[in-house]
Write a protein of this length. Sequence first.
Length: 318
Amino acid sequence: MSTEKNAQQWTTSSDKKAWGGTLHSIDFSWCVDTVHVPELIPGLAKGETCILSAPGGIGKSFFLLEAAVGFAGGRPTVFSPTGTEKPMKTLYVGFQDNEIRLHNRLTRIRRAFPAAARAAIAEGTLEVSFYKGPRPALVVQGEVQPQAVDELRRLCTGREILIIDPLSKIHFCNENDNLQMDLLTDVLCTVAEETGCAIFLSHHSGKGEVVDSDGKKKRGLNSRGAPSVIDGVRLGLYLVPEEPEKRGVGRLSLRWPKVNNGERPDPIEYRHWYGLILPDWWEKTRGDDDDEVRAPWEVDEKLWEVINREKLDDEIAY
């Protein structure tokens, strides 16, 4: 359906070999029927890139770990009760949390997922990793780093979803420089397309508040740094606090400010419950055989009463 043609290569590094591409064209005579593209979530398919922006400390990492478990289990996910068409080979790479923190969070998340999802993950669909030592910077002050790009390509190869938390740890760029950040998203999108692996990235929202459609000022309705951060990806998401968190309990919503492919979905409402961020319909996803699993807010009310705050904080690390 496509033919490769000669094209001028674009380069950014001093050796003029680090980054380049070729131009492809579409044969119009083939454009008779549409092609079904399975989506992982609305607006995102394999080989595409998504950025989730949220204020610091709101629970982005917890949310993306829940997303990883959902994708690897197949259904449900934090985006949909029906989940994906099948369990997806998923890799979560964290740059800010150590082994104990990730273990405790996953232990808590595991209790909230139904037996079928846990069984699918037991087949090896989920890998959760964390980085030690120098991190692989894809772009350094406008210069693409070939070894780091190769590492990204290695992480994507053979997997269907890669979650990187956060974006700021895989580059040394001026986040306010549109050209540098556009180059960074270009690298990410190209590797995603080459490998057929969807890439999820977490990112901080901008400082200050923005007036929402209801006229109220809220945090989280913008992304930090240059607009090209969002412009360069196919799907942009905002995780927005809807009410102030009190003693570990609050409400959030997921907004869809940029959806290149398809209609923009309605916001999804979540309950923030001592670290976990799950939609209100979550308790309905439990199967008949899930005696162990309950909606977390059913269990944790008693948990809160019998465990002191310091111990609970250490377990949750939200």
